[in-house]
Design a protein around this ligand. Structure first.
Ligand code: LLP
Length: 425
């Protein structure tokens, strides 16, 4: 899956650039991201959802190059921290196209969001409404969305399901909190309620849960009009669009999603006598995930009693997703052909725990040996952004491939970087 191409003699390329060359030039482990592929996905969304606002969810992957690509593609960005906001703003990303999220925004973050002039702040709890209202300078109004719990469960893993009642995001319709939040926002002269928001979960590959969410959200939008006489011009359906991780898998079909959501929205709004609100969607993984790969070098091959372990020079610090969610991955040998036949191995990292597994029962050539380079596909989302420095391992660089070949966009973290915050005795 993703933007890697495999040749007959073991050559593997991303956007025409050899991964062997990238490994030699930038070292391993390295994240590689295909700029054209990222940008193609932005355009695919715009074509599938004409008139909608497409807000890239920065939590999936953000660096300054990525923020610049999003600006060039005229995307919006969804941020959920002061750090993401700062990176987006550092490349001149327009504040009015930034949506600020968070279930526990700190006073510092709320202040930064208001001062930067972000387009929308998504209210996620009752306490932050008056806090936010008080921060807005006189003469200005801050646009706000209220995040509600649609009670639609979807997502690839319990940790990735955020649309149901039993989790910490959004305001419950059932308890009355969502209605209370709407009333309180409407009561604040410095806030302007532009719509409702929901986010069902992540790695959702079928459109049906979103159609259900449209029904719930249009109903809530209609109730706001009934209770307050206010027509909400926007509806934000969040992100969560799934991608393929393994060969033969498929992600959410964006064109089909666009058609079905458009139809559902029109039907539901007609039934409730509402004008169709402007749709906002927040795909993260579906924009950057398939466009990225990770390169590792094999350090050891250990034939254990029950299985073979192929240990590489990275691990759960650059990819915690298998250990967190049991996420599956495809790995392939890079740079040489092998006719040794494949056998399933566990690809493990170099961290000091047995949970440091990157891929289970991954088919690799039987003659895989130390020094080989392997590539893991579809690592452009929630890899760099979730990387840690566990065991004081520096985080890998990000190499962008595009028109002019390969270039470094985030450099490798070294011991100097790791010690920079450590003030010593
Ligand atoms: N909007 C909101 C409000 C979100 O919370 C998220 C993701 C998104 C949009 C984008 O979701 P996406 O389209 O990327 O699925 N660390 C997990 C994913 C957590 C997603 C959290 N929220 C993983 O590695 O799979």
């Amino acid at each position: 899956p993703g933007s890697v191409e495999f040749g007959a003699r073991g050559e593997v390329t991303v956007a025409g650039v050899s991964l062997v060359e990238i490994a030699a030039r930038f070292g391993t482990p390295s994240y590689v991201i295909d700029e054209a592929d990222v940008r193609r996905r932005c355009r695919e969304y715009k074509a599938a959802l004409p008139g909608a606002e497409i807000a890239y969810a920065a939590k999936a992957f953000l660096c300054r190059a990525m923020a610049s690509w999003m600006r060039a593609e005229r995307m919006s960005i969804d941020v959920c921290s002061a750090g993401e906001l700062a990176v987006a703003r550092s490349v001149g990303f327009p504040a009015e196209r930034i949506i600020f999220h968070g279930n526990a925004k700190t006073p510092r973050e709320l202040t930064a969001a208001v001062n930067e002039g972000v387009g929308r702040i998504v209210v996620d709890n009752l306490a932050e409404i008056s806090r936010l209202a008080a921060l807005v300078p006189a003469g200005r109004r801050q646009k706000v969305l209220v995040r509600v719990i649609p009670d639609v469960g979807a997502g690839a893993h319990a940790a990735l399901r955020t649309g149901g009642e039993d989790q910490q995001f959004g305001l419950s319709i059932a308890t009355g909190a969502a209605g209370e939040a709407v009333a309180r926002v409407l009561d604040q002269p410095s806030l302007e309620l532009t719509g409702l928001h929901c986010h069902l979960g992540s790695q959702i590959r079928a459109p049906e849960p979103y159609e259900t969410a449209v029904r719930v959200m249009v109903e809530q939008t209609a109730r706001v009009r009934e209770r307050h006489g206010v027509l909400l011009p926007e509806l934000d359906l969040g992100g969560g669009h799934g991608i393929a991780y393994l060969p033969g898998e498929h992600g959410l079909d964006v064109a089909e999603f666009g058609r079905r959501i458009d139809r559902a929205l029109r039907e539901r709004c007609a039934a409730r006598g509402l004008p169709v609100p402007r749709l906002i969607v927040e795909p993260g993984r579906a924009i950057s995930g398939p466009a990225g790969v990770t390169l590792y070098r094999v350090i050891s091959v250990k034939r254990g009693l029950t299985r073979t372990y192929v240990a590489v020079d990275g691990g759960m610090s650059d990819n915690p997703r298998h250990s967190l969610y049991g996420a599956p991955y495809e790995v392939r040998l890079v740079g040489r052909a092998s006719n040794a036949g494949t056998r399933p191995v566990h690809v493990v990292g170099h961290h000091c725990e047995a949970g440091d597994v990157l891929a289970e029962d991954a088919p690799l050539p039987a003659d895989v040996h130390p020094g080989d380079v392997i590539v893991m596909a579809a690592t452009g989302a929630y890899h760099h952004s979730m990387a840690s420095t566990y065991n004081l391992t520096g985080r890998p660089p990000v190499v962008a491939v595009g028109e002019g070949g390969a270039r470094l966009v985030v450099r490798r973290e070294g011991a100097e970087d790791l010690m920079r915050r450590d003030v010593g005795l």
